[in-house]
Ligand binder design. Structure first.
Ligand SMILES: Nc1ncnc2c1ncn2[C@@H]1O[C@H](COP(=O)(O)OP(=O)(O)O)[C@@H](O)[C@H]1O
Ligand SMILES: [Mg+2]
Length: 226
């Protein structure tokens, strides 16, 4: 379970370009559910997602993971928690150009120091599972949008995280790709994963598999329903 209490995030504090991106959010996210954070551009969705995923620390407030306060952990431990717990699918996927699909998938696992052969096998299994095994050796810039999406999801799963966090995963994707994303999200949920997605895409926010829709506006939660 992920619990946020009194979370704020201020960028550029004490500077003229100060932005209060998240303003006092309390949110408890149940395990094994698919939650969508919905809101217009600039409402704080990405910022909140980075706080949930321990990619950044709140300016104030607490993030608890299964009861443990993680927002106050020293960087080294926070990195460890992040690696163990979360898989990330970024907006535009953030794949590393020049590297193959296989290398991109393996990358987040390198710091864990697993045997290379085992890691490679697992990455190939994931690519196979998502139907892109034959693309494993291609540089990622040669992949289609739908293939890049699946590589990004495979990469998010390489460390077998309990929580998958995806930031506007269907921006710039056509209908078939959106269906593909929803099918994968449903499968992850069926496997007991917690999935947290930001989106203002009605194809996602209105999908039947969504368990909970949390509305955001101006850094605050403005609606919360199932
Ligand atoms: N790294 C940053 N530095 C300064 N301001 C930022 C940064 N990231 C986001 N913001 C600002 O914070 C607010 C919320 O942004 P964001 O969390 O990206 O919202 P959303 O994902 O809903 O579009 C916006 O006003 C945005 O300009
Ligand atoms: Mg965003």
């Amino acid at each position: 379970m992920i619990e946020l209490t009194g979370i704020t995030k201020i960028y550029n504090e004490n500077r003229p370009n100060r932005v209060e991106a998240v303003r006092g959010v309390d949110l408890t996210l149940a395990d094994r559910a698919l939650t969508v954070l919905r809101g217009p551009s600039g409402s704080g969705k990405t910022t909140l997602l980075t706080l949930i995923g321990c990619l950044a620390r709140p300016t104030s407030g607490r993030v608890r993971l299964d009861g443990e306060i993680v927002s106050a952990l020293p960087e080294r431990f926070l990195t460890e928690v992040r690696r163990r717990t979360f898989g990330f699918v970024f907006q535009k996927f953030n794949l590393i150009r020049g590297l193959t699909a296989l290398d991109n998938v393996m990358l987040p696992a390198f710091p864990l120091g697993l045997p290379h052969a085992r890691l490679r096998t697992r990455a190939l299994e994931l690519l196979d599972h998502f139907g892109i095994l034959e693309r494993a050796g291609l540089p990622v810039e040669n992949l289609s949008g739908g293939e890049a999406q699946r590589v990004a999801i495979a990469r998010a799963l390489i460390n077998d995280p309990a929580v998958i966090v995806a930031d506007e995963p269907t921006a710039n994707l056509d209908g078939a790709r959106v269906e593909q994303f929803l099918a994968i999200a449903a499968e992850l949920k069926a496997r007991g994963k917690t999935v947290i997605v930001t989106s203002h895409d009605p194809r996602i926010t209105e999908a039947a598999i969504v368990d909970r829709l949390v509305g955001m506006a101006d850094g605050r939660i403005v609606g919360d329903g199932s």
